[in-house]
Design a binder for this molecule. Structure first.
Ligand code: GDG
Length: 503
């Protein structure tokens, strides 16, 4: 089942009528003051907007941090509000966190300990003890809300690295089926061990019945880490870990996008209008490359700019012909490394533009405003190349969005071998190592010289992959795995019973 949001029947068959409870840091809808009025902010993109139609079909509850300043005004005494507001299909259960908790749990432990470790950059780790304290207390707040919203028959689906401890806390109270999807890489044991709380984190995660990652490699890394702590039994044949009397299955489920929706956007009049205006406003060359990301040190933006400098330096024939558009949104700017990165990227772009730019041509166009989806689609559609060169990335959805937006002249994907997306799409991309500056510049040239027939063939193959592994296929694969695990348990329980009877 791919291509469109699942129907309520499909989801409820997959769930075997169990109540679904999704748990994530970000909420799908927030309420904000707009003067004296209260406005609803919709899912802005990413995972919350992808999961929203699924939870709408399934019904149930979504537990998330109450991040809006007017959130409390609309909830009942238990912190719940029906959403979408115009025709409620499920309950949003909001979890209130203090400023201190948000600082320590979100900006602290999640993004200054887990994020750098999982992206194998432990030098960026900040082990302020208060971060861990707040991470534990925020996970407790999420777990308490989940316990209130569930019974032993529920299916609890945790999202991401903000909630590594909550499954254990829920498990202490509930025998519900717990599963978690980890959206960022899982590192090797050597990297993971640099985290002082490695044992507590694994203890939390191993309270899940099913743990999902984007790639096989992350699953292997996780099993290797689990094997290193006391009292675990790692079963490589079934890719599972037995710990504390339960078995956790570890599986890869590469996340996809709503490919049809992206294609529609790329084909839209709005995209064309955006492009017309954009082209007039900027001094572009005839050939265009695009990069789209949050300003994050894992995305490899300075390394990419170095490769572009090498490219223009060693291939002067491409000057005044080839423009690179960097779409970079400000992110986590309360953390010093992120502010420093932003300053570095802006200074480097200015330097490159001073060095190579002319009155008619800007080598690097920098966009730091949030673009409407059709604006992004226009850039993807019109770009000859997408350059996606993270130093490490769980999956990278920009890759898939670019592929799904090739409704016109087929573009080429230049892709880092260190992105999770490389496992599925690497064969039809031009591969780069983000830190190999001369090799990276060569790859850009190679990508630009591919003949049209070859570009079209690659896009066709990439598109097939992206469409068949879209976000709905991702969800279905996980619910089918839940079903298989539960069937396996029923069979095992029945056979135990039979053995007891026969004795
Ligand atoms: C984490 C993992 C994993 C960006 N600028 C605009 C805009 N975006 C959208 C893109 C894309 C999303 O943001 C970024 O998603 P990524 O997957 O590339 O990266 P992370 O934010 O780091 O996400 C990552 C992901 O979780 C999912 O599991 O793939 O590896 O790090 O969808 O389109 N959207 C709009 N305007 C912008 O200016 N409309």
């Amino acid at each position: 089942m791919t291509g469109e949001p699942p129907t309520a029947e499909t989801v409820s068959t997959l769930l075997e009528d169990r109540e679904l409870v999704v748990v994530s840091n970000r909420q799908p809808y927030s309420h904000e003051y707009d003067g004296n009025d209260i406005a609803v902010q919709r899912p802005a993109g990413g995972l919350t907007s992808a999961l929203d139609p699924i939870v709408q079909s399934a019904g149930g509850t979504w537990v998330a941090w109450a991040s809006g300043d007017a959130d409390d005004e609309v909830t009942d005494e238990r912190g719940r509000v029906g959403v979408p507001p115009e025709s409620p299909a499920y309950d949003l259960r909001r979890v209130g966190l203090s400023d201190e908790q948000v600082d320590g749990y979100y900006y602290g432990y999640s993004n200054q300990v887990l994020w750098p470790i999982c992206h194998v950059d432990p030098a960026k780790m900040n082990t302020d003890p208060d971060f861990w304290k707040q991470y534990r207390s925020a996970n407790r707040a999420f777990a308490d809300a989940v316990v209130e919203e569930t019974d032993d028959e529920s299916l609890v689906w945790f999202q991401d690295y903000h909630l590594a401890l909550a499954p254990r806390m829920v498990r202490e109270e509930r025998d519900a089926f717990c599963m978690q999807f980890w959206h960022i890489p899982w590192p090797s044991w050597d990297a993971f061990q640099t985290c002082p709380q490695y044992e507590e984190l694994l203890d939390g995660l191993l309270a899940n019945d099913l743990l999902g990652f984007h790639t096989h490699r992350y699953c292997q890394n996780f099993l290797d880490c689990a094997a290193m702590i006391p009292d675990t039994m790692v079963d490589r044949a079934t890719r599972s870990v037995v710990y504390d009397g339960r078995r956790t299955f570890v599986r890869s489920f590469p996340l996809g996008i709503d490919a049809d929706r992206r294609r529609e956007l790329a084909d839209s009049e709005d995209a064309t209008a955006f492009w017309r205006e954009f082209r007039e406003r900027h001094d572009l060359g005839e050939t265009l490359a695009v990069g789209v990301e949050r300003l994050d040190y894992t995305k490899g933006i300075p390394e990419r700019l170095a490769a572009l400098e090498e490219f223009w330096e060693t291939r002067p024939e491409w000057r005044e012909r080839f423009t690179y558009v960097q779409k970079a949104s400000e992110s986590r700017s309360r953390i010093p490394e992120y502010r420093e990165l932003q300053a570095e990227v802006e200074a480097e772009i200015e330097r490159l533009n001073d060095r190579f730019g002319t009155d008619e041509w800007t080598p690097v166009v920098y966009l730091n405003e949030f673009l409407p989806p059709e604006g992004l689609a226009a850039l993807y559609r019109e770009a000859d190349l997408a350059i996606v060169s993270p130093l490490r990335d769980g999956m990278n959805l920009v890759v898939k969005e670019f592929v799904a937006s090739q409704v016109d002249d087929p573009g080429v994907l230049v892709l880092s071998e260190l992105a999770g997306a490389n496992e599925e799409l690497g064969d039809e991309a031009v591969s780069v190592h983000p830190r190999d500056t001369p090799g990276f510049a060569d790859a850009i040239e190679r990508a630009l010289s591919l003949p049209e027939s070859e570009r079209a063939r690659r896009v066709r193959d990439l598109e097939r992959e992206v469409r068949s592994n879209d976000v709905y296929a991702w969800m279905t694969a996980q619910f089918r795995t839940v079903e298989a695990i539960r069937r396996g348990r029923d069979v095992a329980a029945r056979s135990q019973q039979r053995k007891r009877y026969e004795q």
